[in-house]
Design a binder for this molecule. Structure first.
Ligand SMILES: [Zn+2]
Ligand SMILES: [Zn+2]
Length: 411
């Protein structure tokens, strides 16, 4: 099998967009014909890898592989070397599963070194910038992200529907980059000037260097910004399955981080005041999450990241220290005596679950109830006192290197 023409990919192009252009440049009528030919060719080279190559464009990207994506990576590697000269850039353009753990257990995808929560990926509608399409007909990967709804090059909103037939846009479903399925040339569509918040959000989602007084602009890692945006959504009970709700909340997140940390601090105290009014059991039998929800468990942002980069955790630790200081130990239980899970204790102490078990075994952390010898406590169970964890955290300085603090040696 030969592909004679190999268009140059754009650095920010999506894999699906490139495959469509590859087919078109070689006068192959549809993506299906291209993928069928690729599969037949792969069958001769590597039987297993051939089975892992999907025929449909909407499932071709590596992260769609159901079980093990390594076979699909192998199929793409073979395909990259299809001809003798320059390799095809397929793996560099693909979006794959990421091992990064966002906000305490949210799954993520990665392209190159940038990680993005899976719930920020658009599922069906892929909006476009008509002005970009008029200049270069290709789809940037960023148009797949809910964090990107205004074009930073042209300062206009992306369009989600065809102005001619009103249908939702998806170049993957239509297998056409520049045209709607009704034939309308999308580069002709009218555009509207986007507001500053939308454009800032798009910039934060796609450029490392962003000049903005917004606290997210001070972070150069797009992955960490994505984690901070997800943290806002989680702690504001946003329905992550609703794309419209997530998009709307992301704009609110920009405002939230603009005034950082004042709104965060305000919300924090409000939550504890509210908890005081609706308390059912005494404080020393009540989980901190009863007041603060996922504030602590999600504050790891990206598991294993350095504390210096985690501006949310630093602020939260300060607030909890304040809470404990304002509520000294007394005969009547108070908010300082509320309970943390192992997960939350590990986030606040920036250490592993094993270290928390060890700290308990050696008597540094007392449990709220007796644990039988060798009994493993569920990491979700509220069992350690906030006061003790905060006091223990004060005794350790953040590490100079690495991200995990070791409190006790394993042997
Ligand atoms: Zn544009
Ligand atoms: Zn149309």
């Amino acid at each position: 099998m030969q592909l004679l023409v190999r268009p140059k990919p754009f650095f920010d192009e999506s894999l699906e967009s490139y495959l469509l252009r590859l087919a078109e440049a070689n006068f192959i009528e549809s993506y299906r014909l291209l993928s069928g030919a690729v599969k037949d060719w792969l069958l001769e080279q590597d039987h297993e890898a051939s089975g892992a190559f999907p025929l449909e464009l909407d499932t071709v990207n590596i992260w769609h592989a159901r079980q093990n994506s390594s076979l699909r990576v192998r199929a793409f590697s073979l395909l990259e070397k299809l001809t003798d000269n320059e390799d095809l850039p397929l793996l560099a353009l693909s979006l794959s599963h990421s091992g990064a753990d966002f906000c305490g257990g949210y799954r993520a995808l990665a392209r190159g070194s940038t990680h993005i929560p899976r719930c920020f990926i658009r599922k069906s509608v892929i909006p476009v910038c008509p002005l970009c399409l008029a200049e270069n007909p290709y789809i940037p990967q960023a148009w797949h992200y809910l964090t990107y709804s205004g074009c930073i090059k042209h300062g206009v909103y992306l369009i989600y529907e065809c102005p001619s037939c009103g249908g939702s846009l998806s170049y993957i479903e239509n297998e056409m980059i520049r045209n709607c399925r009704c034939g309308y040339d999308l580069s002709m569509a009218d555009t509207t000037q986007a507001d500053q918040k939308t454009l800032l959000l798009s910039q934060l989602a796609s450029c490392e260097e962003v000049e903005s007084p917004n606290s997210l602009g001070g972070i150069s890692s797009i992955s960490i910004r994505n984690a901070a945006l997800l943290y806002f959504c989680i702690t504001n009970s946003v329905d992550l399955n609703s794309e419209a709700e997530v998009e709307e909340s992301l704009r609110l997140a920009i405002e939230f981080y603009e005034s950082w940390p004042s709104l965060y601090v305000e919300n924090f105290w409000e939550k504890f005041n509210k908890a005081n009014r609706k308390l059912i059991k005494t404080y020393n039998k009540t989980p901190v999450a009863f007041a603060a929800g996922p504030y602590i468990s999600a504050a790891s942002l990206i598991k294993g990241m350095r504390i210096k980069e985690n501006f949310i955790l630093i602020e939260l630790q300060d607030l909890l220290r304040d809470l404990v200081a304002k509520n000294p130990k007394s005969r009547i239980p108070n908010p300082g005596d509320m309970l943390l899970t192992i997960i939350e204790a590990a986030v606040l102490l920036q250490t592993t679950h094993e270290q928390i078990y060890l700290l308990h075994e050696k008597g540094y952390l007392k449990s709220a109830y007796r644990i039988q010898m060798r009994q493993k406590v569920s990491p979700y169970e509220s069992i350690f006192y906030l006061r003790q964890v905060i006091e223990l955290a004060k005794t350790r300085m953040p590490p100079d290197f690495g991200a995990v603090i070791t409190y006790l040696p394993h042997w």
